[in-house]
Design a protein around this ligand. Structure first.
Ligand SMILES: [Ca+2]
Length: 155
């Protein structure tokens, strides 16, 4: 008898159904990924349509050692906020969210092209629960290290 009470409280049917529905909706369209080609592009989920709310997308660009990555926006249109606290694109100089922040972007003011200091970039797109815009599209390409780093060019 105590067991029946426990089950009734721990598994209420209605909230379970709701959470399954919202989970499947929140995963489409897909976003994020691991990029290893010498050039490529990334865009917000659903681009050029509005991105969906409540998304967290992660991309890593990882190319051969000795190459640097230049990352440039084609378009940027995210919900505006003074500190980009709602929807934003975050770019870090490395392979994880603990690497140095290059920039956090929102609104429509796309920055000039970014160049990494190594062969890896980490990118995150986040949207909050309300107000969506057209999103972003960005391209990247790789280039060799500056000539002063000559020995590394020998790879
Ligand atoms: Ca938003």
């Amino acid at each position: 008898r105590p067991l029946r009470h426990w089950i009734r409280f721990r598994a209420p049917p209605a909230p379970l159904i709701v959470s399954c529905l919202s989970l499947s909706l929140s995963l489409s369209p897909e976003c994020g990924g691991e990029l290893t080609a010498t050039y490529g592009s990334i865009n917000s989920p659903g681009y050029p349509g509005n991105y969906p709310p409540n998304r967290d997308c992660y991309w890593t660009v990882s190319v051969s050692p000795g190459l640097l990555i230049t990352f440039a926006f084609g378009t940027l249109s995210l919900e505006h906020h003074a500190n980009c606290s709602f929807d934003y694109l975050e770019v870090r100089d490395g392979s994880s969210e603990t690497d140095p922040l290059i920039g956090k972007y929102c609104g429509t003011s796309a920055p000039p092209p970014i160049t990494s200091s190594s062969n890896k970039l980490w990118i995150k797109f986040k949207s909050d629960s309300s107000v969506t815009r057209g999103g972003f599209r960005a391209i990247y390409k790789v280039g060799k290290l500056p000539l002063r780093c000559g020995p590394l060019l020998a790879r």
